[in-house]
Design a protein around this ligand. Sequence first.
Ligand SMILES: Nc1ncnc2c1ncn2[C@@H]1O[C@H](COP(=O)(O)OP(=O)(O)OP(=O)(O)O)[C@@H](O)[C@H]1O
Ligand SMILES: [Mg+2]
Length: 907
Amino acid sequence: MRRSAAPSQLQGNPFKKPKFIPPARSNPSVNEEITKQNSDIKLLEVAASKNTFLQSQNDPRICSFNLPTEESAREINHGDNYREKCLEASAMRTLDPHHTVHSSPKEITVSKGREEESDSLVKYFSVVWCKPSKKKHKKWEGDAVLIVKGKSFTLKDLEGRDIGRGIGYKCKELEKTEEGQTMMIGGKEIEVMGVISPDDFNSGRCFHVGGSSAVLSSSHAAKKCFSSPFKSVYKPSSKENSQNGFQNCKPRHDPYAPNSLVMLRPDNNHQWMFNRNCFPIVDVVVDPHLVYHLRPHQKEGIIFLYECVMGMRVNGRCGAILADEMGLGKTLQCISLIWTLQCQGPYGGKPVIKKTLIVTPGSLVNNWRKEFQKWLGRERIKVFTVDQDHKVDEFAKSPFYSVLIISYEMLLRSLDQIKSIKFDLLICDEGHRLKNSAIKTTTALISLSCEKRIILTGTPVQNDLQEFFALIDFVNPGILGSLSSYRKIYEEPIIISRQPSASEEEKELGERRAAELTCLTGLFILRRTQEVINKYLPPKIENVVFCRPGALQIELYRKLLNSQAVRFCLQGLLENSSHLICIGALKKLCNHPCLLFSSVKEKEHSSTWDENEERHLYEGLISVFPADYNPLTVTEEESGKLQVLSKLLAAVHELRPAEKVVLVSNYTKTLDILQEVCKRHRYACTRLDGQTPISQRQQIVDGFNSKYSSDFIFLLSSKAGGVGLNLIGGSHLILYDIDWNPATDIQAMSRVWRDGQKHPVHIYRLLTTGTIEEKIYQRQISKQGLSGAVVDLTKTSEHIQFSVEELKNLFTLHENSHCVTHDLLDCECTGENRTGDSLEKFPISRNCQLGPQQQKSNSLKPLSMSQLKQWKHFSGDQLNLTDPFLTRIRENVSFFFQNITNQTTSI
Ligand SMILES: Nc1ncnc2c1ncn2[C@@H]1O[C@H](COP(=O)(O)OP(=O)(O)OP(=O)(O)O)[C@@H](O)[C@H]1O
Ligand SMILES: [Mg+2]
């Protein structure tokens, strides 16, 4: 039987949650989990054949008590640990004067004297109803309460009005009424969703939740796989019902079903802190429909998040950082967590959370909504996304929505309204931005009272210890003490130990403190790398393409390097930031000379030209351009990279007409040029940059990803849309320029090689041979080696300190090299189709060839260079290239590096 949710269920209606607890399970894996000190992540996969669950349900000793008595706990041989837990729980019960032992079977019949059948059985169920139809997928119209009394049924809507009656049913039929069952009552088709306790019916609470006016629509996606999880597990007879006041306290889903994903039960400590009312312990089981889709690492991630936010990993702290690499499905893991906590809880099955706040970059607000729909359909969870037309107030007033999704910018604007709502769970997507505790966004979020906090980030937690503190302190405030004590205890000793002058004692202390810090924070930080999903993805062919610069580019480059500004920089004579202007000019030139031309013209015409520092850089530059130079008519030949790009696009268009290209740049002006080229070649394209209104971004992404889209190219500004987006419609991604920060580029490259991608993915990273772009690339890969690619997204060249030596290296043009990067590898090959086979000749641990100071300062650097050396590499002159795309661009390329992940037979 398929079920689709009723509105009340979306609100986490406790009346629909069966509340049976099997208080003692003999499954050793569960007991192991309970005793585990270090809460290692472990999936509890319980064989369906083990029916101890059913046995314990049928055991009146168990069912008739909230928690087992000392005697019953001993009688049931479930292992010492569990007994200890039960004993303690029963002790807690006696300590709590308000605790009531629910043992009276008479509770079931309540309507004394009101009805003729006062002595007969009365049962209450939450149901959904609709007009009768033969359709497989019902369109449920509303929630209702079904009262089964004697031989009659009454159906009431959530305002208490009778909307149907039936009489004359056979006793046997009545006894069979259970979850998932459908029947006809008073001309309506109903489906039973859950049992309502007499108490909840009598108090009227069962009518309050969820509202009454919601109309359900069926969602194919949601209905497709949802099954009635209880059917084979719990079939209470009327006799049991009458004996057991807690027959409802059972897990929402069968914890013993094959592949069930069961959360760790709370230990004594936790119960003591959070279960003061001594509710029975109920297994929290992730919805099997979701589990069906989850990858193994995602199951682990959900268990991890659950334990963190429940305060099971670090006593009483409820924060977590999920730092999985890009594309690992952090969104789905969070959605699973929300759905689980919103419907279930370990104490009496009561839902742990009601409302969730998700804060995310503007371009991902609608992506979150889509992901909710993708995994849960439209009915189960009602999510509200804030935009110009949908304000927070609307969410606050509505009882239907349980999840609010808002951008960081909107959050600041609506902070007061947000603060007036009680959120139980806060998720900060791409949360690395919170590493700066001084910025407004961080202070705003800190000011929210919600204590269950999750940071999601693909590029997190790094070497900067203060930023690290800020992230940790956000999710688990105070866990590392005050900032000043943290500095004393951790930061200072760690930094001192890393200095070359550190004594042995200082080194040892720093290492121990670092280990302590890692150990403590490791309890609530989880990071997995992309390797865990490689096997689900198509092959990825990554190419670093060294493009020969055009003649004009070389001439201008020389001129810039000979400028007074660069010379002063190298003599250390100029102000701090002057080198940045020089670097900026060289980068522009690499993209296209016209960008430099426009900048110079712009500066020349400004009134401050004479005092301007840039004058020292740009003087005489215009004379190098042809006299009739027009920056508006972009010439492909003037830029090595543009020439390669143009040929590459033509090759994809011709050789793979069904495939599409994502074209990434860090600069909107460069995107303008690329767009112009697309236009010229009549390639249909779409574009997302910082100017694109947030409300349109998801639409643009969806349009491109659709197989019906005619767009061939997606122009993407990596700064605006690099993080979080899914661009699986494209299978070729070209990084037109390089960023200082490897994280920015990795983020951008991860947009296409993700779940859902159907084609082999081709990544092209274009670099201009011998120029500053190669130097930046070299710096990137050595940096990645240092930090395992865990680098901060917000670090730009402004944050990088350069020594004069480094600047000298940056400001050198290597005109005679095919590939300076390859030269530095000191590889013995001649650039002829080297495949890394002969690597044994070059042990990976050997020193890097990057230069003397680097060799000494960091032993990790050679590793990443060695890794690069393992890539296939060959010069552009190679005649027998096998890659059809590279063959097409060979003429303008001096060197290639290529790496293939998940190679299958053909690419
Ligand atoms: N188990 C799964 N099966 C199929 N598709 C999945 C699964 N998990 C996630 N996906 C899909 O993979 C894509 C990437 O997921 P998601 O956007 O959550 O990644 P992420 O970890 O947030 O990455 P980023 O750091 O780039 O934001 C999405 O389209 C998502 O629907
Ligand atoms: Mg994401």
